[in-house]
Design a protein. Structure first.
Ligand code: KG4
Ligand code: ZN
Length: 353
């Protein structure tokens, strides 16, 4: 079963080819991130226009990289949601058209589930990929930590899962991005906060952890506001100081200590609930997906606090990519899930688990 995966939910135009839900044959990503950097965040119209230009070349590169022709492809999988409407439309329209023109079955994939399925890739002959030795086993606790989602999900089997809890406001990646803005670090925020944190003391400041009604729910907006108040205090001003004034008033050492303290608490918030869920549900594997899965502090805390080791996918497969979509698409195809009608498949920007 060889599946072409197409992903265009945000600012990455991505395509990949995966065999049997475990073997990565190619993985191509074209990002419009540089175009958004001057605005400090993703501009949906620019992202959509970039997808139009990139989508067919990226798909062709994915086929060539895999050494495949269209004859070798058994199915196409595409991200249906969640994501930006204009961005999703381009990937879905490309996939629909190709499915009709090349006579391939089409599978609609949930982007958030896809992040978890990146961890099912265990084999590749591509250079520079470090993949887990074996596929996760069920019951599997999925920890989704991305720019749009923070969720704990218990999978009993493929396509049989329960959402245990999720953020009630900001996602953890969004909190990283907002903290980056507060202390004046460039876009993309998450990776730059984690780099700055390396120079700082994670114990420099104590910041609050939200107490939630739902045992497995999260909240990150209070933490973000606490960082804003802390930054204002550190400059010697009161809370009326506009946040735009902070980057030039904060010293580099203060920024580093704020970044490190925020990152410690944000990661602890996730890890606390992962431990709770492990105690209650005794999963056979714990799997992390989404952009923040690349965060080394999160990985360090999990290694220190979990009673068993967990494996991670390659850093290049934590952020948005086509390989995760192709992998989940393989399982859709193998489990005979209903095939989307290429003539009617619609995007679903708010698709939930
Ligand atoms: O999964 P992803 O690429 O896109 C979504 O589906 O949202 O996640 C992007 C998020 C952004 O908020 C980004 O700042 C964050 O992941 N991120 C990180 C790191 N790398 C990316 N956050 C913390 N540490 C990182 N190393
Ligand atoms: Zn994502």
């Amino acid at each position: 079963m060889i599946v072409l995966g197409i992903e265009s939910s945000c600012d990455e135009t991505a395509a990949a080819v995966v065999k049997d839900g475990k073997q990565l044959l190619s993985n191509m990503v074209s990002s419009s991130m540089d175009l958004h950097a001057q605005y400090g965040g993703v501009i949906p119209e620019i992202a959509a226009r970039s997808h139009i230009e990139a989508v067919l070349p990226v798909i062709q590169q994915a086929l060539t990289g895999a050494g495949c022709t269209w004859n070798d492809i058994d199915a196409i999988a595409v991200t249906q949601g969640a994501g930006l409407l204009g961005s999703l439309l381009i990937g879905v329209l490309a996939a629909r058209t190709l499915a009709i023109a090349k006579r391939k079955p089409l599978y609609a994939v949930n982007h958030v589930e896809g992040h978890i399925y990146a961890n099912f890739l265990t084999e590749t002959s591509l250079p520079n990929y470090v993949l887990p030795d074996m596929q996760p086993v069920f019951p599997m606790l999925g920890v989704i930590v991305s720019g749009g989602h923070s969720q704990l999900v218990l999978w009993r089997d493929h396509f049989d899962y329960t959402l245990l809890g999720q953020t009630q406001d900001d996602a953890i990646g969004e909190a990283f991005d907002k903290v980056a803005k507060i202390i004046g670090l460039p876009y993309p925020g998450g990776i730059n906060v984690s780099k700055k944190a390396l120079e700082g003391d994670p114990q420099a400041f104590s910041l609050p952890k939200a107490r939630m009604e739902g045992k497995y729910d999260f909240s990150f907006s209070g933490l973000k506001t606490a960082v804003l108040r802390l930054a204002q205090e550190q400059t010697g001003n009161d809370y009326s100081l506009p946040s735009t004034a902070l980057p030039s008033l904060l010293k580099e050492a203060q920024k580093a200590n704020i970044a490190a303290s925020f990152q410690r608490i944000a990661c602890e918030t996730i890890v606390d609930k992962v431990l709770l869920a492990c105690a209650e549900f005794s999963p056979k594997s714990v799997v992390i997906g989404g952009g923040v899965a690349a965060n080394t502090e999160l990985r360090r805390q999990l290694a220190n606090r979990l009673p068993f080791p967990i494996s991670y996918t390659d850093m290049k497969l934590c952020g948005d990519n086509g390989a995760m979509i192709a992998t989940l698409g393989c399982f859709h195809a193998l489990h005979n899930r209903p095939v989307a009608d290429p003539y009617t498949l619609e995007v679903s920007p708010n698709l939930s688990m």
